[in-house]
Design a protein around this ligand. Structure first.
Ligand code: TXA
Ligand code: MG
Length: 348
């Protein structure tokens, strides 16, 4: 199949959105930008279309998809027993990087929800995404548009790299604004519970709801605790070269990474380093990439996945990363980075 690229970096192109909507309505796949990462869209109410997503990504079929809507009112058709917390969160954070788990209605096929009786719903803060959702029928299932096991795509080139020839269309909206996936909150049992950290922090949710928990499996090293979001259970992206996080006081982190890089150089092994605008000049004997500035945590989130992809295109035999425990998105950034590192952390 030829994958058509529609360029919409400067906003909505009505004719392009019509063509993309047509594809979705007849059961095809269209990748599109959102404010978090690129999504791989299909009609969420069409089981065959949803199944195509799993095939294109190579995704296990028990890992449910998020249904994207363009208006709050759309929720009534796909969810039942919607609790008052949902409206409070929507008023505070939608459109935006928050996904709510609700009880599903009968119109949502089990193919979309990975066999669960709940449905994940999100209203994205991206004009192209919302125009596409409306053109495609109003209910678009969309996981991140990467091959399963690869970093989520933050620009159209990443999607094309993974999906060219496999999907009908990619809408190129340029670089995304946030760069890590939405926060997921489960509203189906008792206290609202964070199943995946994201841009919307626990403190921000607490501020609206007063009481929020975090899925215990996310906070624990105990492998017997199963995360409630099936996708958080799977082995996650690991770069080709082993990734090791070095954490501690900044000066000591730099010294330790430099010592390790020197040892590697003596053995003829190339080292990669993930540093920041502030630290990148301090490293020697390494291929150094800056993830962003410590004074701008949004820049760190935005570049995380792209930098991991870049290192896969280089010839390093090990990558050391600083730790980025930033105020708002630190939990989300470190959740992704620690998974990519397979929990390899050196504390100095
Ligand atoms: O920011 C985002 O959320 C992006 C953009 C494209 O919107 N989408 C995204 O989708 O990250 P995906 O498929 O990569 O991650 C969805 C996560 C998975 O961990 C999945 O297991 C979980 O949401 N999930 C979906 N439906 C669920 C449900 N009913 N109950 C529990 N977890 C669910
Ligand atoms: Mg994903």
């Amino acid at each position: 199949m030829e994958t058509v690229v529609e360029r919409m970096r400067d906003g909505i192109d009505e004719a392009g959105i019509r063509r993309a909507g047509e594809i979705l309505r007849r059961g095809g796949l269209v990748a599109f930008p959102t404010e978090t990462v690129y999504g791989l869209g299909a009609n969420a109410l069409d089981a065959d279309a949803a199944e195509k997503i799993y095939r294109a990504k190579g995704r296990p079929s028990d890992n449910p998809l998020i249904v994207h809507i363009a208006d709050w009112d759309a929720i009534g058709k796909i969810a039942v027993d919607v609790p008052p917390e949902a409206k409070l969160l929507a008023d505070a954070f939608w459109p935006g990087p928050l996904t709510m788990i609700l009880k599903k209605s009968a119109v949502v096929p089990l193919a979309t929800t990975g066999g669960l009786d709940t449905v994940a719903v999100r209203l994205p803060d991206h004009a192209v995404a919302r125009a596409l959702i409306r053109a495609g029928g109003g209910y678009i299932a969309a996981p991140s548009a990467n091959t399963s096991g690869r970093p989520s795509p933050t620009r159209a080139e990443h999607v094309i790299r993974d999906m060219d020839g496999v999907i009908d269309m990619v809408i190129d909206g340029g670089d995304v604004r946030i760069g890590i996936e939405s926060t997921i909150v489960d509203l189906t049992e008792g206290t609202p519970t964070i199943l995946r950290p994201g841009y919307v922090s626990r403190e921000m949710l607490d501020g609206v709801l007063g009481r929020v928990e975090t899925d215990r499996a996310l906070l624990s090293e105990d492998e017997n605790l199963r995360p409630k979001a099936p996708g958080m259970r799977y082995r996650h992206y690991a770069p080709n070269a082993p990734l090791v996080i070095v954490e501690g006081a900044q000066q000591r982190v730099r010294e330790r990474i430099n010592a390790l890089a020197r040892e590697n150089a003596e053995k003829g092994r190339a080292t990669g380093v993930i540093g920041t605008d502030e630290s990148q000049g301090c490293y020697t004997n390494a291929l150094v990439k800056s993830i962003g500035s410590r004074t701008d945590e949004a820049s760190i989130a935005r570049h995380l996945y792209g930098i991991l992809r870049e290192f896969d295109d280089s010839e390093v035999s090990v990558i050391y990363s600083e730790s980025f425990d930033t105020p708002q998105m630190g939990a989300a950034i470190m959740n992704r980075l620690i998974k990519a590192a397979g929990h390899q952390i050196i504390s100095v």
